[in-house]
Every structure is written in C-alpha cells, then in structure tokens.
Design a protein around this ligand. Structure first.
Ligand code: C5P
Length: 222
C-alpha cells in the first residue's frame, strides 16, 4: 500500500496524544494533533473577535489562517501565521471556547480538508474526535480511547499545573464535561466511535502497555 493511516479518537484527556506520539516515534510515522489545529483557529478567532454568528466573517477569517507543524527536537510545535502558539493554545481561555468554535460547519470543512491533505502519500498517526469517522473513514487502523472521568481529570490537572496554569480540579472537570458534551452532540461530525475501531480503555494501563496493545493491532494489519 501507498501509506498507512492510524486514526486515534476519543473523549478529552484520554491520553490520545500520548499514545499517538509514542506510536509515531516507534514507527517513524508523522504525528498530527488535529485538536491543536482547532485550538489554533480558536485562538485566532478570539484575538480577532470574530463574530461567530456571521458565516461570511468566519469564512474570511479562515482564509487568513495558516497552520504549520514544525518539528523541534523531540516535539512538534504548532505555528499560527508564523507565530509559535504551542503554549498558548493549551491555556484555559482557549480550552473554554474551542468546542464552540469546532462545532462551526465552515471551520470543520476547512480543517478536515487540511487534515486529509496532511495524510496524502505519507504514514501518519492523527488524533482527534472524528478522524476515523470523517477525516479518514478508510484509515488502516482506528483506535477509540476511553478512560474513567476521574483519571482523565487528574491527568489533565497534573499537565496544566506542570505548565504553571492556575486551575482547580473542579475547573478541569467542568471543562472536560463541557467539551465532551459539545463534541458528542454537535451536528457536524460529532465525536463517535467508528464501528470498526478498536476500543482502548486505559484507566488502568501504563503508557507502555497501551503502546504495546496498539502496536500489536498495527502488526496484525501490516
Ligand atoms: O484534542 P484536544 O483536546 O486538544 O482538542 C480540543 C478540542 O478541539 C476538542 O474538545 C474538540 O472540540 C475539538 N476537536 C474536534 N475535532 C478534532 C479534534 C479536536 O472537534 N478532530
């Protein structure tokens, strides 16, 4: 086959990107964090005070947005119109708005198209919410990740605190519940488990164990 596509979907803070990154490193695939793209668009919309009820304004704004992924050492940084926004897109003010902006049809159409282009003729691991259902319905391997909500909130809290964000466990839980609800109930490509996805509940699994499970599924499809 020309290339191999691994789609990893699931709820917020299930550890999708951790598995996706480890997998990409191990297989020497390109890792693409589709959520970072929605976050970058959200940051742009917030900065420019885009009126979310005006489709023309939204379309014009989308035309102005250029997103690049640039590898730097062991990580990949995301650039919005030439500016490294890797840190800022993880901040709470972006997390609070991202699901609202991700539900906008014009936004999804623009980003899905870019994501599909990123998967042309190369091996990729992409994580998100609609990768196995909408972006790459023919992906070679689809994983749907879940974890219990307490585990997810604690992981997210630790991650944000490590970055110096001032947040509470309640604030994190509320944000996760809000995004999961918005992401699952939106009209345009809602978060759904693809019928042919492998379910990976990692509540009680180490990162090594998760990687091994996914690698086994990969080898079975080689
Ligand atoms: O993956 P992450 O949690 O950073 O994604 C942030 C938000 O972007 C999600 O809560 C969701 O609203 C949106 N998203 C999406 N479709 C994707 C990836 C992310 O709607 N494929």
């Amino acid at each position: 086959r020309e290339n191999f596509i691994i789609a990893i979907d699931g709820f917020s803070s299930c550890g999708k990107s951790t598995v996706a990154k480890a997998l990409a490193k191990k297989l020497q695939f390109v890792f693409i964090d589709s959520g970072a793209m929605y976050r970058a668009v959200t940051l742009y919309f917030l900065r420019q005070h885009i009126n979310l009820t005006n489709p023309d304004e939204i379309r014009a704004a989308l035309e102005e947005i250029h997103i690049d992924f640039v590898p730097q050492g062991d990580t990949v940084h995301i650039f919005l119109n030439g500016e490294d926004v890797s840190r800022e897109i993880r901040q709470m003010h972006v997390s609070e708005k991202v699901s609202e902006i991700s539900a906008i049809k014009e936004v999804r159409h623009a980003l899905v198209k870019q994501q599909q282009a990123l998967g042309k003729r190369r091996n990729i691991v992409m994580d998100g919410r609609d990768i196995g259902t909408t972006v790459f319905p023919d992906a070679d391997l689809k994983i749907f990740m879940t974890a219990n909500s307490e585990v997810r909130a604690q992981r997210r809290l630790a991650e944000l605190l490590a970055k110096g964000e001032v947040v509470s466990i309640e604030g994190v839980k509320q944000n996760l519940a809000h995004r999961d609800h918005m992401d699952s109930t939106r009209e345009e490509s809602p978060l759904r488990q693809a019928t042919d996805a492998i379910i990976l509940d990692n509540s009680d699994l180490t990162q090594e164990e998760q990687l091994e499970i996914v690698l086994e599924e990969y080898r079975a499809r080689m």
